[in-house]
Design a protein around this ligand. Sequence first.
Ligand code: NAD
Length: 478
Amino acid sequence: MTIKRNYIAGEWVEGSGTTRNINPADTSDIVGEYATADAEQARAAIAAAYAAFPAWSQAGIQQRSELLDRIGQKILDRKQELGELLAREEGKSLSEAIGEVGRAGQIFKYFSGEVLQLRGDIQPSVRPGLEASVTREALGVIGMITPWNFPIAIPAWKIAPALAYGNCVVFKPAELVPGSAHALTEIIVEAGIPAGVFNLVMGPGRVVGDTIVNDKCVDGISFTGSVNTGRNIAAAAVGRMAKVQLEMGGKNPLVVLDDADLDTAVECAVNGAYFSTGQRCTASSRLIVTEGIYDRFVEAVLERLKTLKIGNPLNPETHIGPVVDERQLQQNLKYVEIAKEEGGNLVFGGEQLQLETDGFFQQPALIIDTTPEMRINREEVFGPVASVIKARDYEHALELANDTEFGLSAGIVTQSLKHATHFKRHAQAGMVMVNVPTAGVDYHVPFGGRKGSSYGSREQGSYAREFYTTVKTAYTSA
Ligand code: NAD
């Protein structure tokens, strides 16, 4: 098997070691073998990005816009093949994987146009005879550290704006999903990126990630991943006064009110909680349901769960693929046990499934009659596990929804304009969904949360410029 290499300073280079990319639906299927970088190679990538920055940041927006358009088109042209690769290495269903690849392509296309929209301001000075102008400039070298659950879309929504606004990139993907990262890098190279502007360093977080976070030549760090890693990265980055942006966990509530359309409520709950194997930071892991609809809702979700097919993601009939790896599977099973021990009532699934191939399959779990203080309602599981909490009325449901240290996405299913409007204003979350699942977002509007879920400026859409540019105020005497 050829070893897929890192890309540093315009060259494909061997690593100091290798890792095997294993298909979580069939552990006998090796997706590929990938080079792992060490700290020295990470430093070489940073040095290359640093050296490339003066020319790239001064390159015209026409050149950058065209490059992004080419990258976006190449991704879209290879949607099927890249979707299969993604499904094989991460485990989401093929249709979800192809959808994610399509999203990555659209993001590059979007920023190809968005970079042409960059504006400044000219204002009269408060001092006579002077004029003040406010412009945006590229930040510098950006380190990107990404998680495994969206192996191409999350890198795309960081890389595209970074390159668009004239930054140079050092990209470290999650260890479990080097395949999509490597394929994306091949496309970026084929599209004609100048040497040093974009670098791929695959490898362990505590070596490669840590080097990126602590190198004084890295001006900004955009991180998506778990809360603990995010906290440590923020402390290190702020300690040396680097710009930092973190997207982390969630414990997203879906509120279902008595007046909800039952079918909509069930679709929102099942899609939001279990699709993509529940491995979405925006997954609805807490279903908060008012008394009048509680029994009917639980019954209908149970019926819907029975229709879901768990299996190989490449099989078109599969709704839910495997959990990403053994460690995550054990974590899911552990949380199901904790929920039961604390008094939750497991009414569906929650066990490992043995299918025809050796993989990390799990039956989605539904735990009812839970209370807000239980660990299942406070800690992120990151798997196909949802808990149901009974609420007295809308006000109680809102209070429960906000009773969390996270604040990424919050949803409500109701036919009441009054309650929907109130919820949009009072849910303590960066994103609010009315009669749609908590997961599933557009790429041209901001993405991000509050409280423990996010730190720093928003990602995606025109708001991405807050992170990837720095503001300059210039005074001119006329
Ligand atoms: P993780 O924190 O374990 O790893 C994320 C990345 O950080 C990986 O690339 C990893 O190698 C790197 N890393 C690990 N230790 C590091 C260190 N000491 N220094 C620098 N980098 C280091 O997270 P994960 O398990 O890959 O992803 C799952 C988590 O990501 C979940 O908590 C989920 O909620 C979160 N997530 C959040 C969003 C969001 O936008 N809010 C999106 C997707 C996933």
